[in-house]
Design a protein around this ligand. Structure first.
Ligand SMILES: NC(=O)c1ccc[n+]([C@@H]2O[C@H](COP(=O)([O-])OP(=O)(O)OC[C@H]3O[C@@H](n4cnc5c(N)ncnc54)[C@H](O)[C@@H]3O)[C@@H](O)[C@H]2O)c1
Ligand SMILES: [Zn+2]
Ligand SMILES: [Zn+2]
Length: 368
């Protein structure tokens, strides 16, 4: 079938993208789904910084690539038992094989074959379904339709609006999972979140839901700090030089749990410095592969700090997408508040400009 898709033709084009147009809206031929795959009509697809990092070249990927990896839609054709035409699905960005060591150990975010397919820009089953165009993270959702591995999909209730459902595929899974699983925040922990985009604010909301009362949001952008306050942050701090000292002052020596979502290695070092002795720093940021990290080695031992990464929020999507949707429906994880704008497919370059400047939190491309 013919589909309109946003295809990244070249990375590293000049900003603003509204003018340089790194994403071209092209008509592609989408092959039918193979065994274990689904044809999905995409209704909403979120703009994530991980797409932006491919666009600006900080995360190199094979090109041309059809971007978008956080989405919701309806199954049109299923080649996988357990899914049927008409099912509403959320698409996530690690197609976990279900049988490798990581999957068998309950850590599908670390699936070996899933990561290999994502690096190669193919589907889990191998190869492409979009002619010579590569898939982004097994999803390629800035498109009218997508063929995906069923292992990228989680069934959800049809009542959930698509534009809210989409956010659970990446931002919410990553941010809420980082707070609840990787950082294991509890009501008595002081918590600081560095970076208040879609992922960071999801972490903040999850910490709030876990009963955290000392909850500090750190960002460079005033509008993001204001939003964090309205979502339940107890205090906010301006990002930059003085942020570490300020978090330390507000928490009497450092936050017990710190989540970094900036994707900037130097800020991860700040997040670590703002962590209390005995505390935990979790990062979900994805800096350029060449970026290193410098921290005082002694502090790890003398202050018994823990520094850990979290991919896909250390979640099990089939367990946690329904869990987090349940929290949303119960009113304790109001992630619809992260939605800044709805865009058409043709406005996707302008959308990435707004993500880059910090004007927008989560924007979604919506398709009828
Ligand atoms: N680990 C995962 O599984 C996973 C999943 C999704 C996204 N990510 C990564 O997480 C990061 C966040 O994604 P997002 O979509 O929320 O991005 P975003 O651009 O919406 O948010 C990042 C925020 O960091 C802030 N920031 C930048 N420099 C700062 C500084 N010096 N101090 C304080 N704040 C600063 C920005 O103003 C922005 O609000 C990206 O690196 C993305 O690639 C990782
Ligand atoms: Zn993402
Ligand atoms: Zn696996």
């Amino acid at each position: 079938m013919k589909v309109r898709s946003a295809v990244l033709v070249e990375s590293g084009r000049s900003f603003p993208y509204d003018l340089s147009r790194p994403l071209e809206i092209r008509e592609l031929t989408l092959d039918p789904p193979g065994g274990g795959e689904l044809l999905v009509k995409i209704h909403a697809a979120g703009l994530c910084h991980s797409d932006l990092s491919v666009i600006d070249g900080s995360r190199p990927r094979p090109l041309p690539m059809a971007l978008g990896h956080e989405a919701a839609g309806v199954v049109v054709e299923s080649r996988e038992p357990g899914f049927a035409a008409g099912d509403h699905v959320v698409l996530t960005f690690v197609p976990a094989c279900g049988s490798c060591g990581a999957c068998a150990g309950g850590r599908p975010a670390l699936c070996g074959p899933g990561a290999a397919a994502n690096r190669a820009g193919t589907l889990l089953g191998g190869g492409h379904r979009l002619g010579g165009v590569f898939h982004h993270l097994g999803v390629s959702a800035f498109s009218e339709y997508a063929v995906v591995s069923a292992r990228s999909a989680v069934k959800v209730a049809p009542e959930l609006p698509f534009e809210v459902a989409a956010l659970f595929g990446c931002a919410v899974l990553t941010g809420a999972g980082a707070a609840l699983y990787a950082a294991d925040v509890g009501p008595r922990d002081s918590v600081a979140v560095f970076g208040l985009g879609g992922v960071g604010l999801s972490a903040l909301l999850a910490a709030k839901a876990a009963g955290v009362t000392t909850l500090i949001g750190v960002d460079l952008v005033a509008g993001k700090r204001d939003l964090a306050l309205s979502l339940g942050a107890s205090q906010v701090v301006q990002g930059g030089e003085g942020a570490v000292e300020e978090v330390r002052e507000l928490t009497g020596g450092g936050a017990v749990k710190v989540v970094d979502t900036t994707g900037v290695a130097a800020v991860l070092a700040q997040a670590y410095a703002a962590t209390a002795p005995g505390g935990v720093t979790v990062t979900v940021g994805l800096p350029a592969p060449s970026a290193g990290l410098t921290i005082p080695a002694l502090s790890l031992v003398a202050e018994e700090k823990t520094l850990r990464g979290s991919y896909l929020g250390s979640c099990v999507p089939r367990r946690d997408v329904p869990r987090f949707i349940g929290m949303y429906e119960a009113g304790v994880l109001p992630v619809d508040r992260l939605l800044s704008d709805r865009l058409t497919l043709d406005q996707v370059n302008e959308g990435f400009d707004r993500l880059k400047t910090g004007e927008a939190v989560r924007q979604v491309v919506t398709m009828r």
